[in-house]
Design a binder for this molecule. Structure first.
Ligand code: DON
Length: 305
């Protein structure tokens, strides 16, 4: 049997030289005081084993990892219709790029770049009675953790400095691809990014994607088999923006990163793994986080390939 705990310990040791090689996100002022040396990993298997190391129980701002949750909700609600408003190709551009959206006439390349996530959030606002409460309740349900919350200071901080996202949502609206009021879309989007979760909570929350769309702890189906396959495929091709190819090459698992320094990946039918290390590379992905997952698939011999 694979000695996961021993492997996690070896990974923690071997990523130490990477500390200091990236930068904590500072464009959201409330994130810039995060301790750059934080490091945690949590692993949950479908067989119910749990392993963790370091700061795996400390909550951090999940940022773009939330886009997986909102995409799941929107895909479950509107199905394939969703792809009329948002595309399915890797962007090869920065997560907050404006230029591609202009060329492509207001249809975002994929649901994980900011433009695509803003459209997905708009879909939720159209269909849900209380989107902010409903998103939080969804995350609580899939993780089984009832006290997951928004960090209101982080949400406010991003609202105050979110000029690029404001530009994106205005541009989308000018092309008719945002239905709700701009302020409301930004408010819900900045809140979803400000959800606070630990590695352990994130690994638990992602298990439905390792389990063909069903929450293993409760048996509740969140996505159909086919939708779960598709969601994992979008994570594989688009989950790391202009680093998606390199992440697939080095790590070999679908996953999603956030500028809080978190990354969550899954191996269908086997496990979910979350890592947190706040220092980011130039593409907005955690430097030690990517390396930790590369070492994980290398040392366990498990990946999707
Ligand atoms: O909208 C933003 O810029 C942030 N709230 C989220 C960006 C993010 O996490 C990109 N991921 N690596």
């Amino acid at each position: 049997m694979t000695d996961y705990q021993h492997i996690l310990e070896s990974i923690r040791r071997d990523v130490q030289p990477l500390f200091g090689k990236g930068k904590v996100a500072s464009y959201i002022p409330a994130l810039k005081n995060t301790d750059p040396k934080k490091f945690g990993i949590a692993l949950e298997t479908l067989a119910g084993q749990e392993y963790s190391i370091g700061d795996a129980n400390e909550r951090f701002s999940i940022q773009s990892i939330s886009k997986v949750f909102t995409l799941t909700m929107a895909f479950a609600m509107v199905g394939e219709e969703l792809w009329k408003r948002v595309g399915l190709e890797p962007s090869g551009s920065a997560f907050n790029s404006l230029v591609q959206l202009e060329y492509e006439k207001g249809k975002p390349r994929n649901p994980f770049i900011n433009a695509g996530a803003l459209v997905v959030t708009d879909v939720l606002i159209q269909h849900l009675p209380d989107p902010k409460a409903d998103i939080l309740n969804f995350v609580r349900k899939i993780s089984g953790i009832s006290d997951i919350e928004y960090d209101l200071d982080i949400a406010r901080s991003e609202r105050e400095t979110g000029f690029t996202n404001t530009a994106l949502v205005n541009f989308l609206k000018s092309h008719g691809n945002i239905v709700s009021p701009i302020e409301q879309v930004l408010d819900v989007y900045f809140h979803q990014c400000a959800i606070m979760m630990s590695c352990r909570e994130l690994a638990k929350a992602f298990l439905y994607l390792a389990n063909h769309g069903v929450i293993p702890a409760t048996g509740e189906r969140i996505l159909t088999d086919s939708q779960a396959k598709r969601l994992n495929a979008v994570m594989m091709t688009c989950g790391f923006y202009d680093e998606a190819g390199e992440f697939a090459f080095r790590v070999g698992m679908p996953g999603k990163s956030g500028v809080g320094g978190g990354i969550v990946s899954v191996i269908p039918a086997l496990l979910a793994i979350a890592v947190w290390s706040p220092e980011l590379n130039e593409r907005g992905n955690s430097v030690a986080g990517v390396m930790a997952l590369e070492l994980f698939t290398t040392r366990t011999g498990r990946s999707i390939f």
